[in-house]
Design a protein. Structure first.
Length: 370
């Protein structure tokens, strides 16, 4: 639902009821991921999409029906059928489980607050029951940032606590996902499946080296949703005017800045200086940090010298294996802009445990579960 948070927040603030259709499970290949939603209000206005067009008409009519009937949430499954060419389904061959429910903002004040957090780009999570006893289907609760209090209610106290714990765990990863709670041995007696919609703070892209490649990379990183920091020890080069797409430009020695920087498993560190006096102290520190990606620019000769210096400094082969150098995928890139695409493509592939190969040379589902 967070893909349409702006509109849902406006409807909630206006007290306008709406029907919400959410992809709660995906089998095989599908164009959009679990958690994607479409919503329809009383006037027939629609926002969002769940299939890239394949089943939108059928989902729209389901939303109108659920909104009009004021009934219980409705589950529907859409797939591809070779037996009926006129059947509504996905041409990509996958299957979608969709939950359609009526939302009255007056009954879900915590949802309005959670959507406000998302609109203001603050961390939040909304947990939605997508499988379980009928009275709980579609029930929601939310977590705001580091708040230890869960807002809203799903069943009894143990159920709320179990779901809130799962929501906090997924918030720490920065990813939405499904989670099972309850069942034998748990405090929550009734087994439930919840879909946790997570809006995390933006992941960080730390670029070291105020060079032309860094300018293009900061623009690409900003486009992908990263909070971009450019750091260089040379004040004449590290200026906001040269890097307008960076969220911040820092004049400091790279390793000294990284020592105090806030990083996590989604952080990407890109070393573009290819100057040993900057690179080696920086990489010695970066290879010990719990960041998601570390890449360093340079020729193969520079790469060989860099590895030799790092080994002489005592870096193990296991730690060296984390280093992507020379940085980027083999796209034949020449210009700073092409090189930025090469680097960001490698960051995306690494984050998703993907091969980086052309899809025409791979088999299996295109859209894989993370």
């Amino acid at each position: 639902m967070l893909n349409i948070a702006d509109t849902l927040h406006a409807w909630c603030r206006a007290g306008r009821p709406f029907a919400l259709a959410t992809v709660v499970d995906v089998t095989g290949s599908a164009p959009l991921p679990t958690g994607t939603s479409v919503a329809v209000d009383d006037d027939g206005n629609a926002v969002g999409g769940i299939s890239g067009g394949c089943v939108e008409g059928a989902v729209y009519e389901l939303c109108r029906q659920v909104l009009h009937d004021r009934g219980a949430p409705h589950r529907a499954r859409f797939g591809y059928s070779d037996d009926d060419a006129l059947a509504v389904g996905l041409t990509c061959g996958g299957e979608l489980d969709v939950l359609v429910q009526r939302i009255d903002p007056t009954d879900h004040p915590h949802l309005t607050a959670a959507l406000a957090e998302v609109v203001e780009c603050r961390p939040a999570a909304v947990a939605q029951v997508v499988d379980g006893p009928d009275p709980l289907l579609g029930a929601t609760l939310s977590i705001h940032g580091d708040d230890q209090v869960a807002h809203g209610t799903v069943g009894d106290g143990p159920a709320n606590r179990a779901i809130a714990d799962q929501a906090r765990a997924l918030m720490r990863t920065g990813r939405s996902g499904r989670a099972a709670v309850g069942g034998e041995g748990d405090d929550c007696p009734a087994p439930l499946t919840v879909l946790v919609h997570v809006h995390a703070s933006r992941p960080r892209l730390l670029i070291f080296g105020a060079v032309d490649f860094a300018a293009a990379l900061s623009q690409a990183g900003s486009f992908l949703g990263y909070r971009v920091t450019l750091c260089d020890a040379r004040p004449v080069f590290a200026t906001a005017a040269r890097f307008p797409h960076a969220d911040e430009v820092v004049v400091d020695w790279p390793h000294r800045y990284l020592e105090s920087a806030e990083v996590d498993s989604r952080t990407a560190v890109c070393v573009l200086t290819h100057d040993a006096k900057f690179d080696i102290p920086l990489l010695l520190l970066a290879l010990d940090l719990p960041v998601g990606y570390i890449g360093a620019m340079g020729s193969r000769r520079t790469h060989g010298q860099r590895l030799r210096l790092l080994r002489e400094a005592g870096v193990s082969e296991q730690r060296l294996a984390r280093l992507h150098s020379p940085i980027g995928l083999d796209l034949g890139a020449r210009t700073p802009e092409e090189t930025a695409l090469s680097i960001t493509a490698e960051i995306i592939a690494h984050a998703n445990l993907a091969s980086g190969l052309p899809l025409s040379r791979t088999t299996g589902a295109i859209h894989r579960r993370r």
